[in-house]
Design a protein around this ligand. Structure first.
Ligand SMILES: Cc1cc2nc3c(=O)[nH]c(=O)nc-3n(C[C@H](O)[C@H](O)[C@H](O)COP(=O)(O)O)c2cc1C
Ligand code: SF4
Length: 406
């Protein structure tokens, strides 16, 4: 298998994402028309049947999430997570730059499912150009009548990685400091301004028009059975074609790197791949035949996460890279909970000591204890996932650590 399968990006560079009519000409907004003609519960069932799972990292079933939203006499909100702060990840930007109308249509489909006519897109602060595209795209979709009474507003983040966590994102939209909330209650029950709120990723929303237009079975038949559909990946690092691809979810990592990516730069050997962004596990060469879908990646102790694939060649210093990653987490920890606030700086401190050749086995033992505490006790996914690069490299690249111990 060496070909991409483009669904979301099929008309990339052929249509203007700012112009609703361009999208309508290639079949756009038919899915929303169908969704609005359906009973609300039947619509949720259709999305459940498609098997669509979140593309923002946690892989939760989208239809299931929507079904938890209580329909009482109060406002409900549809929130799109376009924070995309994970280093090496830019697939949501590509979807917005190439096919923003599919995102808008997907949000309105969700609105039809939960009886909401308010949508917010929370956009990464470093993406000012995309915000303009989105705003013009919304205006055009409203003017064409395609969105009907569904309204969408864009909110900008200020560059905090933690604001990608759904409850921190909600706090930020409300105008508060972006810190995660305790869960439960989950946003589906008490989210934005304590009202029921669905938060989904850009790519999750953008899949919906195609599911509604082509049918749930069609979508369920693409890629891996338990995580169907396509996935937009961004390939970075020591690889010949460092760009984005859309592939079916049963595509494997080796084909992503060697067939689509053209292999390791300069004909060098591959040392490791980190999948899912900074908090992803480091995967050694012997696991490259693993399909990229959520469950196959979990089975090897990794995660698909945001879909970033970072390639490291044989010359890369794994301990040095993990030390930099630990600095990133120390910097991005919001400080609300103890295990992460203290744990991330302590991880960074020990990693720097190892990297400088000043550490002994006792430091490695402490790192492992710290990692266990953070995974089990941190309040949100940031602190829970911060030790994953350390753990996975201690497991697969122990030799590189032992070379630096004194
Ligand atoms: C620290 C942290 C950062 C996150 N960043 C993002 C992000 O940039 N984009 C995103 O969609 N989800 C991100 N998530 C996951 C969200 O909390 C949430 O699970 C997701 O937006 C739900 O959408 P989905 O079900 O469509 O994937 C992040 C989670 C954590 C803990
Ligand atoms: S785990 Fe880290 S980022 Fe998350 S709430 Fe605790 S301190 Fe903040």
């Amino acid at each position: 298998m060496a070909e991409e399968q483009r669904v979301l990006l099929k008309y990339a560079d052929q249509i203007d994402p700012k112009i609703a009519e361009d999208y309508i000409k290639v079949g756009g907004y038919k899915g929303l028309e169908k969704a609005r003609s359906m009973d609300r519960k039947a619509l949720i069932e259709e999305v459940k049947k498609s098997g669509l799972r979140g593309r923002g990292g946690a892989g939760f079933n989208a239809g299931m999430k929507w079904s938890f939203v209580p329909i009482l006499d109060e406002d409900r909100y549809v929130v799109c997570n376009f924070d995309e702060g994970e280093p090496g990840t830019y697939k949501d930007r590509i979807i917005c730059e190439k096919n923003a109308q599919a995102l808008l249509e997907g949000m309105a489909i969700c609105g039809a499912a939960i009886a909401s006519n308010h949508g917010y897109i929370y956009c990464r602060g470093e993406y000012p150009f995309v915000v303009e595209t989105l705003k013009e795209g919304i205006q055009s979709a409203k003017a064409s009548g395609a969105l009907g009474d569904f309204n969408i507003e864009v909110r900008m983040g200020a560059g905090a990685y933690v604001c990608g966590e759904e409850t921190a994102l909600i706090e930020s939209i409300e105008g508060h400091r972006g810190e995660p909330r305790f869960k439960p209650p989950f946003p589906g029950v008490a989210g934005l301004w304590a009202h029921p709120t669905v938060v989904n990723n850009v790519e999750t929303f953008a899949c919906l028009p195609y599911i509604l237009t082509n049918g749930a079975e069609w979508f369920a038949g693409i890629g891996a059975a338990k995580y169907p559909g396509t996935k937009v990946l961004t390939l970075t690092g020591d690889v010949v074609n460092a760009t984005y691809f859309e592939v079916p979810t049963d595509y494997n990592l080796r084909d992503v790197i060697y067939k689509l990516g053209g292999g390791v730069k300069g004909g060098k050997k591959l040392k490791a791949v980190q999948v899912g962004g900074t908090s992803g596990a480091f995967i050694p060469e012997q696991n490259l035949d693993t399909p990229i879908d959520f469950d196959s990646m979990s089975a090897i102790g990794a995660s698909l996460g945001s879909g970033a694939v970072f390639v490291m060649d044989e010359t890369r210093d794994i301990v040095d890279i993990v030390t930099r990653i630990s600095k990133f987490f120390e910097h991005e920890s919001c400080g609300k909970c103890n295990p992460c606030r203290e744990g991330t700086w302590r991880c960074r401190e020990i990693m720097e000591k190892i990297n400088a050749g000043k550490a002994g086995q006792k430091d490695i033992d402490n790192l492992m204890i710290l990692s266990r505490v953070m995974k089990n006790a941190a309040l949100c996914g940031l602190g829970q996932a911060a030790p994953i690069p350390i753990d996975s490299t201690l497991q697969h690249f122990a030799y590189e650590y032992s070379c630096k111990l004194n």
